[in-house]
Design a protein around this ligand. Structure first.
Ligand SMILES: Cc1cc2nc3c(=O)[nH]c(=O)nc-3n(C[C@H](O)[C@H](O)[C@H](O)COP(=O)(O)O)c2cc1C
Length: 189
């Protein structure tokens, strides 16, 4: 798939088919995604890829994060209650995704302005490669509200959770959310 098409055609997917994702396909996706740039080339990301029973347990922990998100959603979408309800449904099972990825970074010894950006670069690569392979994903920070429970479940200590990404074959074709204009300022032309 052409890079431009991958960037523009990728959508956040919130409903997945049950079809499992082959482990060698996942390995291929992460092999490519980890070619992301990182500050001082530290590559201090750490990804946990869960499926089966482990994934089910993780999903039920993540689903509890909706209660922290709900007040913000109610306020933001006061005129659109259907969005709040759709989000509630999505958080319950993470759209039925057969795979869920937890993206972390290991802490730096010095002042750390790069780590979130390092992990974000890997995540975007992962989303694009997954899309090019016919898979769907959704970059989620909502579950970060229950970081402590997720850390404990994974046995993680001393790392920071950046996002949770459900992954699988899409079972929906979402509308294209419009992009805001005037977000780039050109000077000196
Ligand atoms: C940092 C970040 C956090 C996000 N968190 C969530 C989330 O918690 N739940 C969710 O449903 N979507 C989440 N999204 C997906 C956005 O809602 C989505 O990217 C946006 O609406 C644009 O739609 P598109 O991805 O289909 O282009 C997140 C995206 C980003 C980049």
């Amino acid at each position: 798939m052409d890079l431009y098409d991958a960037i523009k055609g990728r959508r956040s997917i919130r409903k997945f088919k049950q079809t499992p994702v082959a482990k060698d396909l996942l390995e291929k996706i992460f092999d490519i995604a980890l070619w992301a740039p990182s500050g001082m080339n530290r590559q201090n990301w750490k990804l946990f890829v869960l499926t089966g029973e482990r994934k089910e347990e993780l999903v039920s922990i993540c689903s509890t994060s909706f209660e922290y998100l709900e007040p913000q959603l109610q306020e933001l979408f006061a005129e659109k209650p259907k969005i709040v309800e759709a989000t509630r449904r999505f958080f319950k099972r993470l759209g039925g995704a057969p795979v869920v990825v937890c993206a972390y970074f290991e802490p730096a010894n010095t002042v750390d302005v790069t780590s979130y950006q390092n992990v974000a670069a890997v995540i975007q690569n992962m989303l694009l490669v997954a899309h090019a392979e016919g898979l769907g994903t959704c970059w989620m920070t909502g579950p970060v509200y229950v970081t402590n429970q997720i850390d404990r479940f994974l046995g993680v200590t001393n790392m920071t959770l950046v996002a949770i990404i459900p992954l699988g074959y899409p079972d929906e074709t979402p509308k294209v959310p419009p992009r805001r204009p005037d977000r780039v300022v050109y000077q000196g032309f």
